[in-house]
Design a protein around this ligand. Structure first.
Ligand code: PGA
Length: 319
């Protein structure tokens, strides 16, 4: 397998700065005037890998391949009490967060109202799940309409814990995504492979199949953030290396380019999740196709979550 160049060491950076606009390479912006350049760029990632060294002008320069704003979500899962959540909210309210990041937290359903009523509007609220359609006689479910009523803007769908512990399948998840989007909720659409799938070389196949299920169902990608979360990295403390994550993010962007459109490939945020913490976020954020994070355990600690949000600054090193 080819190895992604991850050399972040200095070297001939300053002479290349004119190629960059803000945090992004100007040549990556997708418009009619450079569509050919874009197509040829994506052509180069056919093998699922884009080597940083293949574009000599960018060697050692860190930036964003996509055009979307950095996005960090905190998935609190089935954790917390009224008291612990009130402390977490207060820590988040007191944290200094970089302005150029979309920040979202996903409390357990039963605390959404408490969080919405106490958390700064700077941070949006996501639910961790939703029903596939309008509410009604569906015992134990929560409808999109109810989530919107509480002020939720997002919903996390397709999380590995729902796929592999609860048993949700691609079609069920796609249906939920389609309904949530049609009602105006943003969707954090999770994908990711099991350890045995990675070890048997099926990582891309699994991720593409999960992506296809979303693509087949959703009316538009405008309000979708893709979260690549290798299952073996979730809650295990075993984070993917920046190279492993970047390799899949490139492949996902390439898949979107080939199967949806170049515009969607550029605009859609592809965030990484799986044992992200305050210590490893900066190196991961430097990868050009990592547009943010979905954070579990470390999102339960306000100051550490703020550090992860602020890792956007490591993208600015060369800009
Ligand atoms: P983790 O969880 O950060 O605790 O690994 C990530 C997730 O499940 O979204």
């Amino acid at each position: 397998m080819a190895v992604v160049s991850t050399s972040l060491a200095g070297g001939a950076v300053s002479s290349q700065l004119t190629q960059f606009s803000g945090l992004r390479k100007s040549f990556l912006k997708l418009d009619s005037t450079n569509a050919n350049a874009t197509q040829s760029l994506f052509h180069n990632v056919n093998s699922h890998l884009r080597l940083a060294s293949s574009n000599k002008g960018c060697r050692g320069v860190v930036t964003m391949a996509g055009s979307g704003k950095f996005f960090v979500g905190g998935n609190w899962k089935c954790n917390g009490t009224k008291d612990s959540i009130s402390k977490l909210v207060s820590d988040l309210n007191n944290a200094t967060l970089e302005s150029d990041v979309d920040v979202v937290v996903a409390p357990p359903f039963v605390y959404i109202d408490q969080v919405k009523n106490s958390l700064s509007d700077r941070i949006e609220i996501a639910a961790q799940n939703c029903w596939t359609g309008k509410g009604g006689a569906f015992t134990g479910e929560i409808s999109v309409e109810q989530l919107k009523d509480l002020g939720c803007k997002w919903v996390v769908l397709g999380h590995s814990e729902r796929r592999h512990i609860i048993g949700e399948d691609d079609q069920f998840i796609g249906k939920k995504a389609a309904y949530a989007l049609s009602e105006g909720l943003g969707v954090i659409a999770c994908i990711g492979e099991l350890l045995e799938e990675r070890e048997s070389g099926k990582t891309f196949d699994v991720c593409f199949q999960q992506l296809k299920a979303y693509a087949d169902a959703v009316p538009s990608w405008d309000n979708v953030v893709i979260a690549y979360e290798p299952v073996w990295a979730i809650g295990t403390g075993k984070v993917a290396t920046p190279e492993q994550a970047q390799e899949v993010h490139v492949a996902v962007r390439d898949w979107l380019n080939k199967n949806v459109s170049a515009e969607v490939a550029s605009k859609t945020r592809i965030i990484y999740g799986g044992s992200v913490n305050g210590g490893n976020c900066a190196e991961l954020a430097k990868q050009e196709d990592i547009d943010g994070f979905l954070v579990g355990g470390a999102s339960l600690k306000g100051p550490e979550f703020a550090t992860i949000v602020n890792s956007v600054t490591s993208k600015k090193v060369a800009a």
